[in-house]
Design a protein around this ligand. Structure first.
Ligand SMILES: Cc1cc2nc3c(=O)[nH]c(=O)nc-3n(C[C@H](O)[C@H](O)[C@H](O)COP(=O)(O)OP(=O)(O)OC[C@H]3O[C@@H](n4cnc5c(N)ncnc54)[C@H](O)[C@@H]3O)c2cc1C
Length: 473
């Protein structure tokens, strides 16, 4: 008797009877859930509330052996397969409609080796799970800026945050992965083992298999860093951004300063009359010697009259959670992103103009500053190719009411188009929404696309792992 009908890779569907699912259950230490089961909704609910998909069934993996069994099952029955790590990706590929969902979010182990300065991290760990354990030893590696993001998806796309100018991307600090490839084999990929596969997973996203363990190189950081926010009036945003651009060009690599343009949230250190009005925020983290911090950040504090500032020595793991309250799950979100080798005056003018017309109170435009160690890695050293980028803009549209979808998405696309003449045309794969498949080749991978496609043909000729920013075999 049919227990569940599941979509297949060829666009059809297959009836899976109770015996088939019982056979799968017998091999799984975790669980297999169907619609109505306790954990089914937990697995299918992700950060972006625009994504509301119902898989035919969910495998909640408890370890690498479960992943092997699940991948073999999907392959044997030719099932449409989605893979979920932290569930943060804007495009929503972590969940599929009517297919099989392999949920790794229960795999959260983080093991730090303080002597070897390495970390072993399972694919359901969030940045916070990792940071708390690593910082217990005064160690870390560069990740992103929102602590509820998954280590898995972030790493597989590249990964950058407050420490990237100093230590490179997350993948530049990746030493090896354990990965289940489409043939169901559990392999090691590193500089010594399957180096071509190791090259591909450092930026190639979920295209090459399911990673069951990541091993990172760690660096001594903190536990205290000098960090915080400087809030400038929006009326001066253009001049401040020009000054900011010049400051960060001269800043040491221990300093990372990103900008956020948005309506001021009601934070206690911002005077109430500014709450809900546009502001330009500089968010910074200095991970060098604390006694040098004040002098290093001074140029960024004196770009003009300020509305407010909150700068202090604080635990790095705490600073990593600073943006969490603004980026909680459950809102509707749509992103558009550009890379820049330089921020021209014209680009600044366009950005400031668009942010003065935000379509909803929670929208924001982030500008990350990269360069430094990220750009000292050759373009062809990893699948991630963007080694000339100084700034990454993310138009982060966020709202609550589905009736506002068209207005908010329309505004983001318009701003993106207006910024395009000033940008490189390339894009960070982890910031791409679901409707940008046409940007994967030239935008996300550029000179590295052909090699990725060859390796996809070698490791996943059937394109079993297709629910991602897909590289066709
Ligand atoms: C609020 C917010 C802030 C962010 N800030 C940053 C930032 O500062 N820096 C940055 O670099 N990025 C940032 N990102 C982007 C982030 O890197 C991506 O969204 C990333 O894909 C999230 O990984 P995840 O595991 O949570 O996502 P998921 O949605 O679970 O996974 C994304 C995709 O990765 C693949 N995948 C996941 N796990 C595995 C696995 N174990 N094996 C194989 N494939 C897998 C799948 O194809 C899946 O569809 C941010 C995202 C959000 C929502």
């Amino acid at each position: 008797m049919t227990e569940v009908t599941c979509k297949t890779l060829d666009g059809g569907a297959i009836a899976l009877d109770a015996d088939a699912l019982a056979g799968l259950r017998a091999q799984i230490r975790g669980s297999v859930c169907l619609l109505g089961d306790a954990d089914y909704d937990k697995s299918r609910t992700i950060w972006n509330a625009m994504i509301d998909r119902k898989p035919a069934f969910v495998v909640r993996a408890a370890g690498a052996a479960d992943v092997v069994a699940a991948v073999k099952f999907a392959r044997a029955h030719q099932l449409l397969l989605a893979v979920r790590g932290g569930g943060h990706n804007i495009a929503g590929n972590a969940v599929c409609e009517g297919g099989m969902l392999l949920d790794l979010s229960g795999l959260k182990s983080v093991r730090i080796d303080p002597a070897g300065r390495t970390a072993r991290v399972e694919p359901g760990a969030t940045l916070n799970d990792f940071e708390r354990e690593a910082q217990a030893f005064g160690l870390t590696t560069p990740t992103g800026i929102n602590s509820t993001t998954g280590m898995a998806g972030l790493t597989l796309g590249g990964g950058f945050g407050w420490l990237s100018r100093r230590f490179g991307l997350t993948i530049d600090n990746l030493l090896s992965v354990d990965i289940v490839t489409a043939d169901g084999e559990l392999r090691r990929a590193s500089a010594e083992h399957n180096p071509d596969l190791f090259w591909a997973v450092r930026g190639g996203g979920g295209n090459f298999g399911v990673v069951t363990s990541f091993k990172y190189r760690l660096h001594a950081v903190g536990p205290m860093v000098f960090a915080g926010l400087i809030v400038y009036p929006y009326a001066q945003a253009k001049e401040i951004l020009r000054g900011y651009r010049d400051c960060v060009a001269r800043a040491p690599e221990e300093l990372s300063c990103w900008t956020v343009m948005r309506k001021a949230p009601p934070l206690p250190f911002i005077p109430a009359e500014h709450h809900g009005t546009e502001v330009l925020v500089l968010a910074l983290c200095y991970s060098g010697a604390l006694e040098e911090a004040a002098a290093v950040v001074e140029p960024l504090r004196s770009l003009g009259p300020k509305i407010a500032e909150m700068l202090a020595p604080m635990p790095f793991a705490g600073w990593q959670t600073a943006f969490d309250p603004l980026l909680t799950p459950g809102a509707r979100n749509y992103w558009k992103s550009h890379n820049f080798t330089a921020l021209s005056d014209a680009a600044i003018d366009v950005a400031v103009d668009y942010v003065s017309r935000l379509p909803s109170p929670e929208c924001e435009v982030f500008m990350a500053n990269l360069g430094g160690a990220v750009n000292r890695v050759p373009v062809d050293a990893t699948a991630y190719p963007h080694r000339n980028v100084e700034f990454v803009m993310n138009v982060h549209t966020r709202w609550r009411d589905a009736a506002q979808d068209d207005q908010c998405i329309g505004w983001a696309r318009e701003m993106f188009d207006a910024m395009a003449p000033h940008a490189t045309g390339a894009v960070y794969v982890n910031f791409m929404p679901s409707d940008e498949a046409q940007r994967v080749r030239a935008g996300a991978y550029g000179p590295n696309y052909d090699r990725l496609a060859e390796l996809k043909a070698k490791y996943d000729p059937q394109n079993l792992f297709r629910l991602n920013q897909n590289v066709a075999p």
